[in-house]
Design a protein around this ligand. Structure first.
Ligand code: E4P
Length: 213
């Protein structure tokens, strides 16, 4: 499983990229709004930082508007992936953009049928939202597992991005259940690195070393 970072913050993207684990970036309108910068300028900056997929979301609700926005976003850099919501208009958009060889990430996926439809419309990625399902008492991981099994059984190449990740265990379970990618907030990426026994071990090694030197 690969890692994307779920942020529009350039400092976080640079730090994650320096770790050598970053295969892409996902943004959404809420994440961009936190940054108080021009959306297009920020996308330009992100695509200059990393060569992997950078998801940029459309905000129109009709296919015509989404397709126009998608073409404008894709013109920013070759590694832009256009993020499209899972609606009837969104599916038409995915079909139109994929006919133009523009990559798409269908977002706000909450069940396997939505993922299957998005894939058949030509989506490069589907993003099931784990945390938001868990928040309302559903099991987000079962949705990931079902999508992974269906895609595998039917030879579908669309990649599954485990999104709306709330804690490190979501990442482990998404990998075990067949997600190709996890898009992880920077705070959770840092949590994944640390373990109290690692810290304790370093402390002990250093104190033993210092006793002898
Ligand atoms: C994914 O592409 C979305 O940006 C994201 O994971 C949404 O997560 P949230 O539920 O924490 O807003």
């Amino acid at each position: 499983m690969k890692f994307f970072i779920d942020t529009a913050n350039i400092g976080e993207i640079r730090e994650a990229s320096a770790l050598g684990i970053l295969a892409g970036v996902t943004t959404n309108p809420s994440l961009v709004a936190k940054e108080d910068v021009s959306f297009h300028q920020r996308l330009q900056d992100i695509t200059e930082e990393i060569s992997g997929s950078v998801s940029a979301e459309v905000i129109s609700e009709d296919a015509e508007g989404m397709i126009e926005e998608g073409k404008e976003l894709a013109a920013i850099a070759p590694n832009i992936t256009v993020k499209v919501p899972m609606t009837l208009e969104g599916l038409k958009t995915v079909k139109a953009l994929s006919d133009l060889n523009i990559k798409t990430n269908v977002t706000l996926i909450f069940n396997a049928n939505q993922a299957l439809l998005a894939a058949r419309a030509g989506a490069s990625f589907v993003s099931p939202f784990l945390g938001r399902l868990d928040d309302i008492g559903h099991n987000g991981m079962e949705v990931i597992a079902a999508i992974a099994e269906i895609f595998d059984r039917h030879g579908i190449e669309t990649e599954i991005i485990a999104a709306s990740i709330r804690h490190p265990l979501h990442v482990t379970d998404a990998a075990l259940n067949g997600a190709h990618i996890a898009t992880v907030p920077f705070s959770i990426l840092k949590q994944m690195v640390s373990h109290p026994l690692t810290d304790k071990g370093i402390e002990k090694f250093l104190s033993d070393w210092n006793k002898q030197n």
